[in-house]
Design a protein around this ligand. Structure first.
Ligand code: AMP
Ligand code: ZN
Length: 436
């Protein structure tokens, strides 16, 4: 099977041929850990999880390396920690833990490596030193800046020329910059800000260099696929390319660049002030993770997605119907048409359409491939019900039965049934499950 992927760098769909089929390498920009992740942040996690699964299927589980970093040094983090009166370490540890739990609940397999920026400062400093030595960066006023004019093809990912960028730049240019588009590799820290000793004094890295240093460490100078949301294409990914190629004799950073489209809520940009901002955590309180996942996959990853509650309800119904016919779970592997759709630039809506036509066996295989299992759904639905209230109702029913008050015991049973709780009387006593 040939996997075809749309490459933002070439603006075409290309046959995917890994640099080394025994170690297929994928890097995705991960979260900045200062607050709960929102449902938009869930999109790259889910999209690239499906890609990870597809690559593992094609090349073997042991032959794919997926790196997703954790940005745990950032001015937003510093500000939030100060606001909450907690240490930076406490804030980033807690937020990273919540992020991992959230994306696991969305059915995402853990990446092979999840490196933290603060544990790779030495690699960043070493890379910055190489960039200075090779004439791509300069020190000015306690900062180190990347000189974009040192790289002829700066702008090749975003397809913007340096002249256009400079003309369009509205930001006030810091006086120590040689060129308006030069970006920070290292900046000084005052006593109240986290900092590390460096040849340029105590300071901290810029955001872009984090990804270049961590990708280089775990995936080498050149690797196969680099992913992230479309908002990261410029300047973040453009700058990653400039830094990594600058430090690595021009060797291309990634062969294929993939970008997921943005998620909107009910047709509008998600924002706290508009009141349409949803964290993964709060949605998980009401919706099974797989419903959120399935809903995301019903739209092709490059399209914008309109997240609606009507869509979520529809997704829940579809999944439930499928779970009814795929029990008991068997995983015979996905069907050919389903796989062909996924291999065509991760066309999940076409893959889902193929499942509508598939036999029960192939349906079960396809759902399993995409990370769904009806066992999970039952657990998540079960987690939503009030277990204490059910236990009390069961005890009351048993007491009524003992007293031969069958009208009352039946009433309690029917009352639970109306809430979707099915009781089962067995030799071990009464157990319950959520009605399918
Ligand atoms: P951030 O923590 O803001 O750097 O974002 C983490 C990831 O989520 C990046 O890959 C972003 O591109 C992506 N992302 C952020 N907001 C959205 C959104 N509304 N829709 C889709 N992806 C998003
Ligand atoms: Zn990045």
């Amino acid at each position: 099977m040939t996997i075809r992927l749309y490459n933002t760098l070439t603006k075409t769909k290309e046959d995917f041929a890994p640099l080394d089929a025994r170690n297929v390498r994928l890097y995705v920009c991960g979260p900045t850990v200062y607050d709960f992740a929102h449902i938009g942040n869930a999109r790259p996690a889910i999209v690239f999880d499906v890609l990870f699964r597809l690559l593992r299927h094609q090349f073997g589980d042991a032959h794919v390396t997926y790196v997703r970093n954790v940005t745990d040094v950032d001015d937003k983090i510093n500000a939030r920690a100060a606001e909450r009166g907690v240490s930076i370490r406490e804030l980033t540890e807690e937020t990273a833990r919540i992020y991992n739990e959230d994306v696991a609940a969305l059915g995402c397999i853990a990446p092979t490596v999840a490196p933290r920026a603060t544990e790779h400062i030495a690699e960043m400093i070493a890379m910055i030193q190489i960039l200075i030595a090779s004439g791509h960066a300069y020190e000015a006023d306690g900062h180190v800046l990347f000189d974009v004019s040192s790289k002829d093809d700066y702008g090749k990912l975003a397809r913007r020329s340096l002249d256009d960028m400079i003309a369009g730049a509205r930001v006030e240019v810091a006086p120590y910059k040689k060129g308006a588009m030069d970006f920070v590799l290292w900046k000084p820290s005052d006593a109240a800000t986290p900092g590390w000793d460096s040849p340029w004094g105590r300071g901290r890295p810029g955001w872009h260099i984090e990804c270049s240093a961590m990708a280089g460490k775990y995936l080498g100078e050149s690797f196969d696929i680099h992913g992230g949301g479309i908002d990261l294409m410029f300047p973040h990914h453009e700058n990653e390319i400039a830094q990594s190629e600058g430090a690595h004799h021009g060797h291309p950073l990634a062969k294929v660049w993939m970008h997921n489209g943005f998620l909107q809520v009910e047709g509008e940009k998600m924002s706290k002030s508009a009141g349409n901002f949803f964290t993964i955590r709060e949605l998980l309180a009401d919706w099974p993770g797989e419903v959120l996942r399935f809903n995301m996959l019903r739209t092709h990853y490059r399209q914008p997605i309109d997240f609606t509650f009507a869509g979520l309800r529809e997704s829940w119904k579809m999944l439930e119907r499928w779970y009814e016919v795929t029990e008991p779970l068997s995983d015979p592997g996905p069907g050919a048409e389903f796989l062909a759709a996924l291999a065509d630039d991760l066309n999940t809506p076409a893959a889902i359409a193929a499942l509508h036509q598939a036999s029960e066996m192939e349906l079960a295989g396809g759902l399993g491939f995409l990370g769904f299992s009806n066992v999970q759904m039952k657990i998540s639905a079960k987690a939503k019900v009030d277990e204490v209230a059910i236990a009390e109702a069961i005890a009351a029913r048993n007491a009524a039965r003992k007293a031969k008050n069958f009208a009352e015991s039946d009433r309690i049973r029917d009352d639970l049934l109306a809430q979707g709780i099915v009781l089962k009387d067995g030799p071990q006593g009464t157990t319950w499950e959520v009605r399918k």
